[in-house]
Write a protein that binds this ligand. Structure first.
Ligand code: KG4
Ligand code: ZN
Length: 338
């Protein structure tokens, strides 16, 4: 069903799938009028990871002020909002429900459509938001705390997963290794920082499945790091972090390049929290130059969870599929439709 939509259609997006409470106002799918992200990282840090019950309670407290701030900084009141969107999955069920319930309630009260958005699809839109000239076919490397996948993107709403992790996600490996090394939570930024003082060639960690198709495996690498440190307790943490990061990035970049070539992609994009990694960003752009495809890196704030990408994805969903029925619930295991 097509919906009457135009470049001025303004969407309030809400994101509460994990530990960021976020709201944003985006017009026409790419004009970011405001984007507010309230991170709960301090609440979870002392537990070494996200505690679902704490996350959902914090979303309940933070969501109203975050939505209010997004509306005020966009300079709109409820009369200026044409639809309300929220992430419906994948994510933590208690957290998702807070955003989905709030978005449905606002849509009902304001008498505008509700749009349910897939969090993984939203991550693609971080690229379209910042570079609307991106032309399909594209290959997107989506690397977050929960997912590691290569996606072939043929058009809005038309994509398929062409490679994914068979065990841990890349971000999960960063978080687990950082925790083992005593670097705290979240692990990705900590390893990124400390790696600049280490030697990336100090330890030769394995590159699992390097020459096997487009799937990934990171759990063996995590185990190798643990075994190495236990065997060599005198090793410099900086060298372990830098060598680990090098191994992850080598595999990610190699497979992204391979996917772009095999699928004749015109462009290669990065998405998800791990796309904020300094070495990955540098090596990714070099790889795009090498194979002569248009490379695009969203800004760091667009890589991690935010609601602007949710509102952008919702604009295309509304255009192509119309409003989402209000009886659609949150789905913690929602996959990407193929
Ligand atoms: O996309 P995201 O914000 O949330 C999920 O949907 O999972 O990704 C969070 C993940 C965490 O595992 C975090 O450690 C990782 O992204 N991350 C990084 C960096 N910044 C965030 N990993 C490596 N280097 C970074 N600079
Ligand atoms: Zn995410």
């Amino acid at each position: 069903m097509d919906f009457d939509i135009d470049p001025t259609t303004t969407i309030l997006g809400i994101e509460t799938s994990c530990d960021e409470t976020a709201a944003a106002v985006v017009s026409g799918g790419n004009d970011i009028r405001s984007s507010v992200v309230s991170s709960q990282v301090d609440l979870h840090a002392r537990f070494g990871g996200v505690v679902p019950e704490i996350a959902s309670r914090a979303h309940v407290e933070l969501l109203t002020p975050v939505v209010a701030e997004a509306m005020v900084s966009a300079g709109v009141d409820n009369g200026g909002i044409d639809a309300v969107a929220a992430t419906v999955g994948p994510g933590l069920i208690g957290s998702l429900l807070v955003g989905v319930s709030a978005a449905k309630a606002l849509a009902l009260v304001w008498d505008v459509p509700f749009v349910g958005v897939n969090h993984l699809e939203a991550h693609f839109y971080a690229s379209f938001l910042e570079d609307p000239t991106l032309e399909p076919p594209l290959v997107v490397l989506l690397v977050s705390g929960g997912h590691t996948m290569l996606v072939r993107f043929d058009d809005h709403g038309k994509y398929r997963v062409i490679g994914e992790t068979i065990d841990d996600a890349a971000g999960e490996a960063f978080d687990k290794v950082a925790r083992f090394l005593g670097l705290g939570y979240p692990g990705g930024p900590a390893i990124d920082r400390i790696s600049s003082e280490g030697d990336p060639h100090a330890i030769k960690f394995p590159r699992a499945m390097y020459d096997e198709g487009l799937d990934f495996s990171f759990s063996g690498l995590k185990t190798s790091v643990i075994n190495h440190v236990r065997k060599h307790p005198e090793v410099r943490t900086e060298d372990v972090a830098a060598s680990f990061q090098q191994a992850v990035v080598d595999v990610l970049v190699h497979k992204a390049k391979k996917a772009a070539v095999e699928h004749g992609a015109k462009g290669l994009c990065l998405g998800g929290g791990v796309a904020a990694n300094s070495l990955l960003r540098e090596r990714f752009l070099d790889a795009c130059t090498e194979i002569d495809v248009h490379g695009f890196l969203p800004s760091r704030s667009m890589c991690t969870d935010n609601a602007a990408m949710v509102a952008a994805a919702a604009w295309y969903r509304l255009r192509d599929d119309g409003p989402t029925p209000l009886d659609v619930g949150a789905d913690p295991n929602l996959g990407l439709k193929h």
